[in-house]
Design a protein around this ligand. Sequence first.
Ligand SMILES: *Cc1c(COP(=O)(O)O)cnc(C)c1O
Length: 404
Amino acid sequence: MDQENQYLEDKMKYSVDKKGYYGQFGGAYIPEMLYPNIEELRENYLQIVEEPGFQSQFRKLLKDYVGRPTPLFLAERLSETYGARIYLKREDLCHTGAHKINNTIGQIILAKKLGKQRIIAETGAGQHGVATATVCALVGMECIVYMGSVDMERQKPNVERMRILGAQVVPATSGSQTLKDATNEAMRHWINNPTDTHYIIGSVVGPHPYPDMVARFQSVISEEIKLQLKEATGEEYPGYVLACVGGGSNAAGAFYHFLDHEAVKLVAVEAAGRGVDSGESAATTVLGRPGVLHGSKTLLMQTTDGQVVEPYSISAGLDYPGIGPIHAHLFDTGRVSFLNATDEEAMNAGIELSRLEGIIPAIESAHAFVALQKLGLSPNDVVVINLSGRGDKDLETYIKWGKY
Ligand SMILES: *Cc1c(COP(=O)(O)O)cnc(C)c1O
């Protein structure tokens, strides 16, 4: 192979191929009835998101509405505690309190360009539902959010937030009445309304082209980190980038522009729940095997006969039985190191960050901070942690935890 081809091959190693695969993972495993919807997206998404008109609208809303660029903050007391230079990427300061809005802004503009009039989404804990309802209000589009009826009971404030924003929240009453069932109902709705409806998926999961599309929208995170780090240290590449992984969108965004720079160590932290061997966990790379979930081939927690295992984590956003196909590939190739953190470790890390830096993190994000104890850092190491969201939504969980 000549040098240029080798270079191109290296560059493509971690991005999606034409058929929608990352190595052996990805693809679009969907019912035939959904083909037209997915085809329409697949044929148009790249061209639309690369148009100057799309980019200027996207960038303007990220700046004036979301509040980007989010700061890169040198956490001095945390740095002192762990003996490294630790920077926090402050996605917790985004409008609505987490990174999820970067993606919903991108997808709502895309939906408009495709001439759609209505948005559907599914949500587990309600965070993605709120981010979707928010952008629908912003552009004046009808919004229907499917949510398991058990989840609606558990996450009442988010249900009311969505309703205040003008969204219709539809309970999914089949099966375990949680995220999986809400996803099925949303899919059914989409099959029945293919021409006027866009389905906004909230993480780097689902059939191709969703994982790639969501990763591109979230990649603004690592784009900013490079610029900000260069300004702060004179060097755009850190030693480490750390992020928590539920489906994997904040991690994909934080890793994106570092994937081809192998000197940057990328670390993903999954939720171990009550421990990886406890039967109550969401550590997919430890417990999962290849399978098909939500329309793509990925690593998935399943029984020997292929039934999806109910995951568990104290943080609702990490309580997912799979990971996005890009992460299954990054795990497979060893490009990203996967660690995990128990409920207890994450809660302690969340309280430690509150005390050391005056920042109460989302419990999802707190998982990423547990990695600091496990990496064997030295004083010259520059570490960036993606602080994916703020802890306001988790106050009740902190209070119940009580050990502070
Ligand atoms: C939803 C959520 C996550 C998990 O989703 P990813 O797609 O893995 O990023 C992490 N942190 C926060 C604050 C969230 O709201």
